[in-house]
Write a protein of this length. Structure first.
Length: 306
């Protein structure tokens, strides 16, 4: 297993290089001059030239990319054009907020999704099953920004139960976590239902029932454990989706994370922050999926990594 983990980490290097190259090229072809944005359109030409030289923007694009990669390997993601602070410092100051939101959304989606999927499978072809399927389809079809606005309108403005925006208390976390995790919960519920239906029809489940085990023990100890294997794979993919969806969610709820920082950076053509954010998210996504691959061994001893 150690060899497998090392191999995956080595293979992640070209993946991260590809991600960094793609976002760098997109920054190069995006309209807008960061120097003009920083100094204004009436800035003296000589001052603009000095700033462009100090930022390395007068170099050919491939030299700029090589400098970025060489610095990133050493943990230096550059200096923000907007705040004049190191990008790494900016990201680390905002990442805890995004991690808190993504973790809460993941907990919500996994808990609700697995519960709905199990209940739907156990109550197959009943009214409860049909309602669960309808709710799952609706949750999977609703965009994050739309569900977020509906939650604000209902729970904050109409009922006054929760704060509409910001971060501070656990109450501030409820609506962003629900809005961000609703789509993932719907997908997890559908996968869990399908996997549970398959597991409940297997011979080992019938054998467990024939031995006199209670229905709860059959469902949880036998059927659910095997049904969680494909669900774990989906959860790993959804972590990346949650990090990506945090951009819209943090914007709607004014949540001070890296998603909102990215939107501000795009508005101001702050390319070092954009590159650093994408690289950070790609790294977290890669490491998380590696951890889930190793977790699958615990869920299914038949899986062997060489």
């Amino acid at each position: 297993m150690l060899r497998y983990a090392i191999t995956k980490l080595v293979l992640a290097v070209p993946l991260l290089l590809g991600v960094s190259f793609a976002v760098f090229v997109l920054g190069q072809i995006t309209p807008g001059d960061p120097v003009i944005i920083m100094l204004g359109e009436r800035a003296p030409p000589d001052e603009a030239t000095r700033l462009r030289s100090s930022l390395g923007l007068d170099l050919p694009w491939y030299q700029q990319y090589l400098r970025f990669v060489a610095s990133a390997v050493q943990g230096d993601l550059g200096i923000s054009y907007r705040s004049k602070l190191p990008v790494f410092h900016e990201l680390m100051s905002r990442f805890p907020a995004t991690a808190e939101l993504a973790s809460a959304a993941l907990l919500f989606s996994v808990t609700l999704g697995i519960s709905m999927g199990v209940i739907s499978a156990v109550k197959h072809n009943t009214l409860i099953d049909r309602l669960a399927v309808v709710v799952a389809i609706a949750g999977n079809s609703m965009p994050v920004f739309w569900s977020g606005l509906l939650l604000i309108l209902l729970l904050a403005l109409t009922l006054g139960w929760l704060p509409a925006s910001g971060r501070g208390s656990p109450a501030h976390l409820v609506m962003p976590a629900i809005a961000l995790g609703a789509s993932a919960a719907a997908l997890i519920a559908r996968i869990t239902r399908s996997s549970m239906l398959e597991s409940l029809g297997q011979d080992y489940v019938r054998t467990a029932r024939a031995k006199g085990l209670g229905e709860q023990a059959v469902v949880i100890r036998h059927a659910l454990r095997n049904a969680l294997i494909p669900v774990s794979t989906v959860v790993g993919l959804e972590i990346g989706a949650l990090l990506a969806g945090a951009v819209l969610t943090e914007t709607v709820f004014a949540w001070p994370g890296i998603g909102r920082l990215t939107v501000q950076a795009i508005d101001q053509r702050d390319f070092p922050v954009i590159r650093g954010t994408v690289l950070l998210v790609a790294t977290v996504f890669t490491l998380t999926n590696l951890a889930l691959d190793l977790l699958l061994v615990k869920l299914d001893p038949r899986i062997k990594y060489s």
